[in-house]
Design a protein around this ligand. Structure first.
Ligand SMILES: CC(C)(COP(=O)(O)OP(=O)(O)OC[C@H]1O[C@@H](n2cnc3c(N)ncnc32)[C@H](O)[C@@H]1OP(=O)(O)O)[C@@H](O)C(=O)NCCC(=O)NCCS
Length: 144
């Protein structure tokens, strides 16, 4: 059974494992800090008791929400879980009064860029050497 719900501290090891699998860089402490400061935007996808995906988003101004990361375990991708997590964070942002969502995607991450475009995001800028390893990022935006 698929469940989309708020993150809880026992989910932490699952989230870190997914992060290791899908991102080059990872920062375990960020996630607990995020939970302590703005937990409303920390959402997980659960299948048969296993956490297989998560999204982290927070406000950067009263009307702007930023998606910091969205990830689905490679074994569970292409099953609409990413779309379900994105829908949930959009609903959370909407309730907070957000009118625009922003996020960054690595230039080499065409799958994620295409995924966000399918969901209505458009690229508005390129941020040179945005990541620690020197890769640049697309800045993408969605008007709500
Ligand atoms: C980007 C990401 C979150 C998408 O998650 P996902 O669970 O695979 O997303 P969905 O299943 O909703 O959609 C993914 C694709 O599957 C396709 N799909 C979804 N359901 C499908 C179905 N029933 N049958 C066939 N295809 C399907 C979608 O059309 C979409 O195609 P696309 O790749 O051409 O856009 C995931 O690939 C991921 O974790 N990537 C690594 C981390 C990352 O890059 N995060 C984004 C930057 S923060």
């Amino acid at each position: 059974m698929n469940i989309i719900r708020k993150f809880q501290p026992p989910d932490f090891p699952w989230v870190i494992e997914i992060e290791k699998q899908v991102f080059n860089e990872h920062d375990p402490f960020f996630y607990m800090q995020f939970y302590e400061t703005c937990s409303d935007g920390f959402i997980v996808a659960q299948i048969n008791g296993f956490i297989v995906g998560f999204v982290v988003g927070f406000l950067t101004s009263e009307t702007t929400g930023r998606i910091f990361s969205l990830a689905v375990h490679p074994s569970y991708q292409n099953r609409t879980l990413g779309s379900a997590l994105l829908k949930e964070i959009k609903d959370v942002f909407r309730e907070m009064g957000v009118s625009e969502i922003i996020l960054e995607v690595r230039l080499g991450n065409m799958k994620a860029k295409r995924f966000y475009e399918r969901h209505g995001f458009i690229t508005t800028d390129i941020m040179e050497k945005y990541y620690n390893d020197g890769e640049s990022a697309y800045l993408m935006r969605l008007k709500m």
